[in-house]
Design a protein around this ligand. Structure first.
Ligand code: MD6
Ligand code: FE
Length: 218
């Protein structure tokens, strides 16, 4: 079966207003996307960031793009320089921009041009507790999240922390897009599969695209 035909046959699952899980949307491009990761990580390595309270995030991450998400004892923010290297984050590869733009358009968000991509690496011990993505100035733009490698459970809640949480299994090549009325929905990740993926070995990778800066400040 052709990879792109297979991708077309996977379903789009509505998560809520302005939010959808596009099953297999990135499957045909998964290998070239993954090939960028070691190249980017040679410039800005994977690291475990610190939280305001001094904890260590179990997800390993770095950014590419004009600005990047960082967490340390001062809190969360976006900044154009990688604090580990003192240099700019590596530029967003064209293959990343292209997939993010097409996935956003498929979800109803035309003209999505992210300025930041957080590259996350998870193993079977990694959890990402329920949170809102709140540090971006441009809340008009959606978040586009691409799953690569081992499968995991994506947690999808509501606009209040206590709202009911649903679990959706996310697989290699799946893309979740959330924006509009769902832009600040609580979400998280757990139950990363233990095992070996033919393309990523023991890891799940996630590319999270954001527009962090507003039009007038970018
Ligand atoms: C995911 N990740 O990995 C969803 N948010 O499917 C996130 O929601 C996320 O990995 C903020 C910071 C890092 C993340
Ligand atoms: Fe998030």
């Amino acid at each position: 079966m052709q990879p792109d035909l297979f991708a077309e046959s996977r379903e789009a699952i509505p998560l809520g207003p302005g939010a959808v899980l596009l099953g297999g949307f990135g499957l045909a491009e998964a290998s070239p996307l993954l090939a960028e990761i070691p190249r980017l990580a040679a410039i800005s390595p994977f690291r475990h960031m610190t939280t305001r309270s001094g904890g260590r995030l179990s997800v390993a991450m770095f950014n590419c793009g004009e600005t990047g998400w960082v967490s340390d004892r001062k809190g969360y923010r976006y900044q154009p320089l990688d604090p580990e290297t003192g240099l700019n984050w590596p530029p967003l590869p064209q293959a990343f921009l292209s997939l993010a733009g097409r996935a956003a358009a498929r979800a109803g968000y035309d003209g999505f041009l992210p300025d930041a991509c957080l590259v996350n690496r998870y193993d079977a011990e990694t959890r990402l507790s329920l949170h809102q993505d709140m540090d971006e100035r441009d809340r008009a733009a959606p978040i586009v999240s691409v799953s690569l490698g081992l499968s995991a459970s994506f947690l999808w809640g509501g606009l209040a922390r206590g709202d009911k949480v649903r679990r959706h299994r996310v697989h290699h090549g799946d893309v979740v897009v959330w924006g509009g009325p769902s832009r600040l929905v609580f979400h998280g990740l757990d139950s990363v599969e233990r095992g070996h993926h033919p393309e990523t070995g023991p890891w799940r990778y996630n590319l999270t695209f954001r527009k962090a800066r507003c039009r007038e400040t970018s």
